[in-house]
Design a binder for this molecule. Structure first.
Ligand SMILES: [Zn+2]
Length: 424
C-alpha cells in the first residue's frame, strides 16, 4: 500500500451506487447501501469497499480517518452549470414577482442580454475571481466534478475569453471542470436575426474556437421557440459534431420546440430541462441513450411547471439532476435541488441522490465518478447525517462535514458555532 493510501473507517451509512447500472429508474436498492463500512483509497481511487468487520480482518492496514458513524456518499456531479459569467441580477426578482416572464425580461434588454454585456466588458481576472467564488460555494456543498458552460460572450473574443478562464480555473481548481461551448445561447444585439447570428457562429466563431488553445469538450445550444429553432440548432450541432465535440441541448423549457427529438436525432449525450417535451421525443431520447437532465431549481426560479417525471420515466429515459446555476437561477446547493426534485417532482430521495451522482456522471459521458466502487475516483462527501434520506429532508443548514476529490480532502467544515452569547 503506498503513502497516498488511507481508509475512511466507521462509516455509519455508505452510499456506493454499486447497483445503479442495473436500471434507469433508481430506488434504494440501487444505492447498494453498506452500514458500519469502510473505504480504502489508493492513489486517488477507491481500491476497496466493505464492512468494518471485513476491514478489520484485512492484513494490510492503512492510515485511518474515522468518520464516527457519519453518512458518506459519492461527490456530486453538476452536469449543467452556467457559473461562468460576470455580475448579478438580483433586482430582476422584483420584476418576476410582479408577473413578468423570463422571455419578457429578456426582450427588454435584461436577463441574459444584460449578463452578456457585463461579461463582455469584464477582464479575465474579474471573471476568474467571480466564478471561483461560486465554485467554492459548490465545493462546500459537495460538488466534486462540474461542467462549465460559456454562452455569455456570444462573440469570438468573449467566448474564447470564457473558455480561457474555464481552462485557468480547471488548472488551479481542486475539482474537475469540463468546459462546454454554448454558442447558441442568445442572439446578441448586433445581429438583425437569429439566422444571421447562427451563420456567423457556424462560419466564423466555431472554427476560431476550435483553432484556439482552449477547446471545449461539449457543445450546447438553446432550442426554444423564440430563441433558436429546431432547424437552427440542428445545423449548429452538426457543425460542432464535425469538429469532434460531444453534444448537449437545452430542450423544451418553455414550450415543446422538438428539442427532445433533436437531441435523439443528433445522438446528444444529454437533453436538459424537458418541461414541455413530447412523449414521442422522450421515447426517442431513451432509444438513443440521451440522458434527461432535469433542473427543478430553474422551474422554481422561473415559476414554471417542473418537468413531468412520471412521463420521462415512462418513456424510459435515464435521469440526471444539475444545479443550472446561472444569473437567472443562482443555486449553489445540490441539496436544495434534491429537495426540490423530491417535493416538486415527486422524486424519491434515493432516485434524487442517484440522479445527482451516477445520472449526472452519465450526462457528462463518465463512468469513473458518481459512485464509490473499486477503480472509481475517490470523490466522496462525509455528511453530518446518519442516513441518505436526510439529504432531501433537512435543508438550509450546513451539513457537509468534509469533501474528498480524487482522494484529497478539499474541504472540511471546522467552524463550530459558539453559543456563549446565547447561553447566559
Ligand atoms: Zn442552462
Amino acid at each position: 500500500m503506498n503513502t497516498n493510501s488511507y481508509a475512511l473507517t466507521n462509516i455509519g451509512e455508505l452510499v456506493t451506487m454499486a447497483a445503479a447500472d442495473k436500471a434507469k429508474t433508481w430506488d434504494e436498492s440501487s444505492l447498494a447501501l453498506l452500514h458500519d463500512a469502510a473505504v480504502i483509497v489508493e492513489s486517488g481511487r477507491v481500491s476497496w469497499v466493505g464492512s468494518m468487520r471485513q476491514y478489520r480482518s484485512l492484513s494490510v492496514k492503512a492510515k485511518e480517518i474515522d468518520v464516527k458513524g457519519r453518512l458518506v456518499t459519492p461527490g456530486f456531479v453538476d452536469c449543467h452549470n452556467h457559473a461562468l459569467f460576470s455580475g448579478s441580477r438580483e433586482d430582476e426578482l422584483d420584476r418576476k414577482l410582479k408577473g413578468e416572464s423570463y422571455i419578457s425580461i429578456l426582450q427588454s434588454g435584461g436577463g441574459i442580454r444584460r449578463t452578456i454585456k457585463e461579461t463582455r466588458e469584464s477582464s479575465e481576472s474579474q471573471l476568474y475571481k467571480q466564478t471561483v467564488t461560486r465554485i467554492e460555494h459548490l465545493i462546500r456543498n459537495g460538488v466534486t466534478t462540474m461542467e462549465l458552460k460559456t454562452g455569455y460572450g456570444q462573440d469570438i473574443a468573449s467566448e474564447i475569453k470564457l473558455l480561457k478562464v474555464a481552462y485557468e480555473i480547471a488548472k488551479k481548481s481542486s475539482i474537475e471542470i469540463i468546459p462546454t461551448f454554448l454558442g447558441l445561447h442568445a442572439t446578441p444585439p448586433e445581429y438583425e436575426s437569429s439566422s444571421d447570428y447562427l451563420s456567423f457562429v457556424v462560419k466564423n466563431m466555431l472554427p476560431a474556437i476550435m483553432q484556439s488553445e482552449y477547446k471545449p469538450v461539449f457543445a450546447d445550444c438553446f432550442c426554444e421557440s423564440g430563441i433558436f429553432n429546431y432547424d437552427q440548432c440542428k445545423s449548429y450541432l452538426a457543425a460542432c459534431r464535425g469538429y469532434g465535440l460531444r453534444l448537449k441541448v437545452h430542450a423544451d423549457e418553455f414550450s415543446d420546440s422538438n428539442g427532445a427529438l433533436l437531441a435523439a436525432e443528433m445522438k446528444c449525450v444529454s437533453a436538459d430541462h424537458l418541461e414541455y417535451s413530447s412523449y414521442e421525443g422522450l421515447k426517442e431520447m431513451a432509444r438513443n441513450d440521451v440522458v434527461a437532465v432535469l433542473l427543478p431549481a430553474t422551474a422554481f426560479y422561473s415559476n414554471i411547471k417542473p418537468p413531468d417525471l412520471s412521463k420521462i420515466q415512462a418513456a424510459g429515459c435515464m435521469v440526471a439532476l444539475g444545479t443550472d446555476i446561472s444569473p437567472n437561477s443562482w443555486v449553489e446547493s445540490p441539496q436544495f435541488v434534491i429537495a426540490l426534485a423530491c417535493n416538486m417532482m415527486r422524486m424519491t430521495p434515493a432516485m434524487a441522490l442517484a440522479s445527482f451522482t451516477v445520472g449526472s456522471a452519465k450526462a457528462l459521458g463518465r463512468n469513473d465518478i458518481g459512485r464509490i466502487m473499486p477503480d472509481c475516483k475517490a470523490d466522496m462527501i462525509v455528511w453530518d447525517f446518519t442516513n441518505y434520506r436526510e439529504i432531501a429532508y433537512k435543508i438550509g443548514g450546513s451539513y457537509v462535514s468534509s469533501v474528498f476529490k480524487s482522494g484529497e480532502k478539499i474541504y472540511e467544515d471546522r467552524n463550530s458555532v459558539s453559543f456563549s452569547n446565547l447561553v447566559k
